[in-house]
Design a protein around this ligand. Structure first.
Ligand code: CUA
Length: 358
């Protein structure tokens, strides 16, 4: 009789485990993996999921079995048998979970260690800066050395070590397909290694998502990560370096050609396009006011165009265009931009909005 009960209990547990496994395996709970690090993390996930299914099925089987088998009759008011502790059982149900948790801890520690190493030949290094509400990526070595980009371009199977920091508040870097998150903290550099395994090309991308509530634009703080073939990456790097080449020419702000190229660069590097529309920069953001309409906005504020633009960058809460909330535009550009860059940006916006507005 006891043996038959045990067999019934075991069969019930197997049925429940089968159903739980089907739910775990048949539904794609996570986005596809596109990085070696993510594959390793998935091993830990599956280990923990397997353990959870095992315990779940044993517990649910025991409950269902007991409910049916030991049900009291409606007229049975007697007490159950007096039961004291069962030392052997208590040792078993302490030792088994302790062993399982230790196993997960050991596997996790190995994965964490391996995921922290940018192995392989010629790993890339990229400085990542988060700010309200965009990202910027500065290439520290390799073919793209010196390039600053608002999106992340990677080469398939070539590890990259991101060195992540923030200009203002705490943000967090996350690409679901790469499977890891890393905080971006002001005054601190946090590393994150990614070894991409799937090529997206330039027509498709993975989303880079800020996953730390960082202000009103948090939900829109998104950029793209592209994974390229070695040839595509080299060609992108060549083009990007070509565009970045005339950077350190300290042209006087009055010479309009140099100033406008410098202004365009500051506009791109400061992430203005993630929040604003500005036709000369092909920017289409809608979080903040439309910069094509700056002349009309300056008239509404009762100011001359150039001082209005400058004040709106340095002290953005002095005048806020009706229909937009206060305190969204970062107030620190006056300290993070050099005077030369600020002048170039102001000129770029003044000239560009005059042209766009006509
Ligand atoms: Cu940056 Cu949320």
């Amino acid at each position: 009789m006891r043996r038959r009960s045990f067999v019934q209990l075991a069969l019930l547990a197997c049925v429940i485990a089968g159903a739980a496994t089907a739910v775990a395996v048949a539904i794609p709970w996570l986005p596809v993996s596109a990085a070696k690090e993510r594959d390793r993390i998935d091993v830990v996930y599956w280990l923990a999921t397997g353990i959870a299914i095992m315990i779940f099925s044993i517990v649910v089987a025991a409950i269902l079995f007991s409910v049916v088998r030991f049900r009291a009759h409606p007229d049975d008011d007697s007490d159950g048998p007096p039961i004291h502790g069962h030392t052997k059982l208590e040792i078993v149900w302490t030792a088994i979970p302790a062993g399982l948790v230790t196993a997960i801890a050991i596997v996790s520690a190995i994965v964490l260690h391996d995921n922290g190493i940018a192995s392989g030949k010629d790993p890339l290094r990229v400085a990542v800066t988060a700010e309200q509400f965009t990202w910027s990526f500065r290439y520290l070595n390799g073919e793209a050395k010196g390039v600053v980009s608002p999106d992340l371009y990677l080469q398939v199977h070539r590890p990259v070590r991101l060195e992540i920091t923030s200009k203002d508040v705490v943000h967090s870097f996350w690409v679901p397909e790469f499977g890891q998150k890393q905080d971006a903290v002001p005054g601190q550099v946090n590393p994150l290694v990614i070894t991409p395994t799937k090529v997206t090309g330039l027509g498709r991308s993975y989303p880079i998502i800020c996953t730390e509530l960082c202000g009103l634009g948090h939900a829109l703080m998104r950029r793209a990560a592209y994974v390229l073939t070695p040839a595509q990456f080299a060609s992108w790097a060549r083009t990007a370096r070509g565009q970045a080449a005339p950077a350190p020419s300290p042209a006087p702000p009055s010479s309009s050609g140099g100033a406008s190229a410098a202004g365009a660069r500051v506009f791109a590097a400061s992430g203005c396009s993630s929040c604003h529309t500005f036709t000369p920069a092909k920017a289409t953001g809608t979080v903040g006011p439309d910069l094509d309409k700056l002349p009309a906005e300056a008239r509404r504020a009762g100011q001359q165009l150039e001082p209005f633009v400058r004040e709106s960058i340095v002290n953005p809460n002095a005048y806020v265009e009706p229909g937009f909330p206060k305190g969204v535009m970062p107030a620190n550009f006056g300290t993070t931009l050099s005077k030369h860059d600020l002048d170039a940006l102001v000129q770029y916006l003044v000239q560009g909005s005059k042209r766009a507005g006509t």
